[in-house]
Write a protein that binds this ligand. Structure first.
Ligand SMILES: Cc1cc2nc3c(=O)[nH]c(=O)nc-3n(C[C@H](O)[C@H](O)[C@H](O)COP(=O)(O)OP(=O)(O)OC[C@H]3O[C@@H](n4cnc5c(N)ncnc54)[C@H](O)[C@@H]3O)c2cc1C
Length: 401
C-alpha cells in the first residue's frame, strides 16, 4: 500500500466515489485514496436501490436534501449524458387515494416549486389516467423531471474516472482504527496502515462506527431499515407506465411502497421499511448479534420504537404477508393481485436516528479536525452524490484548509 495521501475516503459507495472525483478536480495536486472493505465498489446501498433520479419535491425547502438533490440530479444527468450511461427522464406521478391525502399532495407541490423543481402539475383523475391508465386516484401530482438509471453503472463510471485521473482505490481493505499524528492521521486497515492529511467518512451503514473509530461522539446512530421489493410478473408489467408513488406519510423519511419501472424495463414494487437485524441484513434471517445488541442498547431506538410502534408493527406484518403487500399496492393500482408479485431483491437503508428517537430527516455532514463525516445520507443521496461531494469540498476549502 502506498503510504501517504493528502485525502483518504472511507467507503467506495456512490457518495465516497463522487467525493473522490470532486476532490481530485478541486485539488489536482492531491494524492487521493479510497479504502473499501468489499472487493468492488457499490455493493451496499448504492447497489441495492430503486434506481430513481429524484427531482426534489419531498424535502423541506432550505434543507441540505432539497438543495443537494436538485443540484445533484442536474449534475448526475449531465454525467450520464457525457459518459454514455443509459438513463431516462420518464417522469412520475404521486397519487392521493384518499381525501385526507390531498393537503399533503399540495404541500409536495409547494415544496417542489420552492425547491426549484420545474414542470410540476396537479392533475385531476382523468389527466392522471392518461399517464397511468390503471391507477385509481383522488388527485395526482405529475413530476416530469424524475428519471431512472442503474446506479451500479454510475458507480462503475465514477470509479473508472477516479482511477484514470490517478486516484488509488484500495478494495478489500477494512478500516479498523484512526490515530492522530503530528500533521494528520494514521489510518489502520486490515491490509496495513497509511498516513493521510484528511479523512472523509463515507461509510454508509457503518458511518457512525467509522466516526467513533476517529474519536467523534456522533449525535446519532445508524439504524438499518431493510427495503424489500417484489418484481411484477412480465406479462402484467404493462399495468405500470413509469413510476407510480403514493402520498408519503409525513412522519417518516420513507416514500411508501411504489411502482418503479427500472432502466432494464422490469417493473418493481416496494420498498417497504422494516427494521433489519444486521446492518447488511439483506434477508429476514440475517442476524448479526453484536449489531442487534448495539441497536437494543441505544436509547434512541427505544424512543423511536415507543413513538412509532404501530407503524413499525404494520411494516413487519406486511413484510411477512404477500397478501398485505398486494393490498397496499392495490390502493394505487386496483388490478394488481398477489399472483402478479414475484420475489425481488432488498436493500438496507442507513437511517440515522437521534438520541431522542427522531428519524433524522436531513443529510448530516459534520467536520472535525482533519476530517469530514457523512453521518446520514439515505435517499436521495445517490441522486445527490455529486452535489454532496461539492458540499464536502466546500467544507474542506473554507473551514479546514
Ligand atoms: C432500498 C433503497 C432504495 C433506495 N432508492 C434510492 C433511489 O431510488 N434514488 C436515490 O437517489 N437514492 C436511493 N436510495 C439511497 C441511496 O442508495 C443511498 O443514499 C446511497 O447509495 C448512499 O451511498 P453511500 O456511498 O453513502 O453508501 P454505500 O453505498 O452504502 O457505501 C458505503 C461504503 O462504505 C464501505 N464501508 C463501510 N464501512 C467500512 C470500513 N470500516 N472500511 C472500509 N469500507 C467501509 C461499505 O462497504 C460501502 O461500500 C435507496 C436506498 C435503499 C437502501
Amino acid at each position: 500500500m502506498t503510504s501517504s495521501y493528502d485525502a483518504t475516503i472511507i467507503g467506495a459507495g456512490i457518495v465516497g466515489l463522487a467525493t473522490a472525483i470532486k476532490l481530485g478536480q478541486a485539488f489536482p495536486e492531491w494524492r487521493i485514496a479510497i479504502v473499501e472493505k468489499e472487493h468492488q465498489p457499490g455493493l451496499h446501498q448504492t447497489g441495492h436501490n430503486s434506481g430513481v433520479i429524484h427531482s426534489g419535491i419531498y424535502y423541506r425547502p432550505g434543507s441540505l436534501k432539497a438543495h443537494l438533490c436538485v443540484s445533484g440530479a442536474g449534475q448526475l444527468i449531465r454525467f450520464c449524458k457525457n459518459h454514455g450511461i443509459l438513463h431516462e427522464i420518464c417522469g412520475k406521478v404521486v397519487i392521493a387515494t384518499k381525501a385526507e391525502e390531498v393537503p399533503i399532495l399540495h404541500e409536495l407541490y409547494r415544496r417542489g416549486v420552492e425547491n426549484g423543481v420545474t414542470g410540476l402539475k396537479i392533475m385531476e383523475p382523468p389527466e392522471v389516467g392518461m399517464l397511468e391508465p390503471h391507477t385509481r386516484c383522488f388527485l395526482g401530482l405529475h413530476v416530469p423531471t424524475t428519471g431512472i438509471v442503474d446506479f451500479g453503472e454510475v458507480v462503475r463510471a465514477y470509479a473508472a474516472l477516479f482511477q484514470d485521473r490517478g486516484g488509488t482505490l484500495h478494495v478489500g481493505y477494512r478500516l479498523v482504527a484512526v490515530n492522530r499524528e503530528d500533521r494528520g492521521l494514521r489510518v489502520e486497515t486490515t491490509q496495513g496502515s497509511l498516513f493521510s492529511k484528511f479523512l472523509i467518512n463515507c461509510g454508509g451503514l457503518y458511518s457512525d462506527h467509522v466516526a467513533r473509530m476517529a474519536g467523534l461522539d456522533p449525535p446519532c446512530q445508524i439504524i438499518p431499515f431493510r427495503g424489500e421489493y417484489y418484481r411484477i410478473r412480465p406479462e402484467r408489467s404493462h399495468l405500470v407506465g413509469n413510476l407510480i408513488y403514493p402520498v408519503p406519510d409525513p412522519r417518516f423519511p420513507f416514500l411508501g411502497i411504489h411502482f418503479t419501472r427500472m432502466i432494464d424495463g422490469k417493473v418493481e414494487a416496494g420498498p417497504n421499511a422494516v427494521l433489519a437485524l444486521a446492518r447488511e441484513g439483506y434477508s429476514r434471517t440475517t442476524v448479526a448479534l453484536a449489531e442487534l445488541a448495539e441497536i437494543l442498547r441505544y436509547r434512541g431506538f427505544w424512543q423511536m420504537a415507543f413513538r412509532y410502534w404501530r407503524a413499525g408493527w404494520g411494516e413487519m406484518v406486511r413484510s411477512h404477508s404477500k397478501r398485505r403487500f398486494a393490498e397496499a399496492l392495490q390502493e394505487l393500482l386496483p388490478e394488481i393481485c398477489e399472483g402478479d408479485l414475484l420475489p425481488g431483491g432488498a436493500g438496507v437503508r442507513a437511517q440515522a436516528v437521534g438520541k431522542d428517537g427522531r428519524l433524522v430527516d436531513d443529510f448530516v455532514i459534520l467536520q472535525s479536525e482533519h476530517m469530514v463525516h457523512v453521518l446520514n445520507a439515505p435517499s436521495p443521496a445517490a441522486t445527490s452524490s455529486l452535489a454532496i461531494a461539492d458540499h464536502i469540498v466546500g467544507i474542506l476549502r473554507t473551514r479546514i484548509l
